[in-house]
Ligand binder design. Structure first.
Ligand code: NAD
Length: 323
């Protein structure tokens, strides 16, 4: 049941009219990409999230080769609440088999996703990791195809996602105004890399809603450390390991501090954090509520920034060179 205690903040998402919870539920872990999650725990995590005020759920056919979408679909159905009480984003163009941003593939993709999610529409359909495709195809073929899906009522809003920040300006400078509603950036607004901040005024001027994912830098800013596939350099991994050890020694929770850092910029409508257990949902919601009532632990964040200084804003290559 909904508690009567403090609730998670809702923030406007660009010009969409959607009000998304400041903490969004990243469902990639439900595709077992960070280790196996029993379906019962997944359903329990989604329920805990919804009951704590998280109304925004993000998935993709790519996560766990469609598993994340299926498990999220089952979990949302198990909630048994009206469809307009939660906001779902999924993606197109990236699959376990590879990338395909053609109009034909993304048009077929939404029907497959809706069947797995057990939904009639999704609120947002993102083109997933567009730096791996041709950005001109995204502009000239994919977005127009998504526009048709919007007209057909299968999706409400259109987004683009990826790692290099230059992809957003490239596309947004070339599409008709208002045809891309939101962008999803990841690993660029966390303690070790905050480069998204410089792009926020531009995104605002374009009227585009901003979602930022991976506040824990895909596991770098956790006590357990990142998964084996993590693309960061050894230097960055070691620096984050040193941060985790430092926090542990000081009795501080690195993941809580990292999430609070990402949440503190209100120009970002929702921070998507990957969650795979009821415990993690509770911890992350508590971190968000503490941020509102007490504020950031500035002293600890400064100490962490000091340790990360040599690797600040270090990222990794992603995608194909456009030319
Ligand atoms: P993240 O930084 O959110 O880290 C997730 C990891 O942190 C998981 O292992 C999770 O179990 C762990 N974790 C979560 N809460 C914790 C806590 N309180 N204490 C300790 N560990 C905790 O990275 P992410 O999952 O990659 O990103 C979040 C979501 O954003 C994804 O699930 C996905 O939905 C979305 N995303 C999208 C893109 C894209 O579109 N290209 C890229 C990255 C992420």
């Amino acid at each position: 049941m909904m508690s009567t205690e403090a609730k998670l903040e809702l923030r406007e998402l660009g010009n969409t009219g959607l009000k998304v919870s400041s903490v969004g539920f990243g469902a990639s872990p439900l595709g077992n990409v960070f280790g196996t999650v029993p379906e019962e725990e997944a359903i329990g995590s989604v329920r805990e999230a919804f009951n704590s005020g998280i109304n925004f759920f993000d998935t993709s056919p790519f996560y766990g080769g469609t598993l994340s979408e299926k498990v999220l679909g089952n979990s949302l159905k198990a909630l048994g609440v009206p469809r307009n009480e939660f906001i779902v984003a999924t993606k197109c163009g990236r699959y376990i088999e590879g990338f395909d941003f053609s109009a034909e593939r993304v048009t077929r993709s939404i029907d497959e996703s809706l069947a797995r999610l057990k939904l009639d529409y999704v609120d947002i359909l993102h083109c997933h990791d567009i730096e791996f495709g041709s950005l001109d195809q995204i502009v000239n073929e994919t977005i127009p195809a998504l526009q048709k899906l919007k007209e057909a009522g299968k999706i409400r809003f259109i987004g683009i996602t990826g790692l290099p920040l230059g992809i957003f300006t490239y596309v947004l400078d070339r599409v008709p105004p208002g045809s891309v509603d939101v962008i999803l950036s990841y690993c660029h607004y966390s303690i070790n890399d905050s480069t998204l901040e410089d792009l926020l005024p531009y995104l605002k001027s374009k009227g585009v809603g901003v979602i930022s994912a991976s506040p824990l830098s895909m596991g770098l800013l956790t006590e357990n450390g990142p998964p084996e596939w993590h693309p960061a350099s050894q230097e960055l991994k070691s620096a984050c390991q040193a941060v985790a050890a430092h926090c542990k020694e000081k009795g501080k929770n690195i993941s809580k501090l990292a999430l609070q850092y990402s949440l503190s910029n209100k120009e970002i409508s929702s921070v998507l954090i990957g969650m795979n257990s009821i415990r993690q949902v509770k911890e992350n919601v508590a971190a968000a509520l503490e941020l509102v009532s007490v504020g950031k632990d500035e002293g600890s964040i400064r100490e962490i920034e000091g340790i990360l200084e040599p690797v600040k804003n270090q990222t990794w290559p992603s995608g194909i060179q456009q030319g």
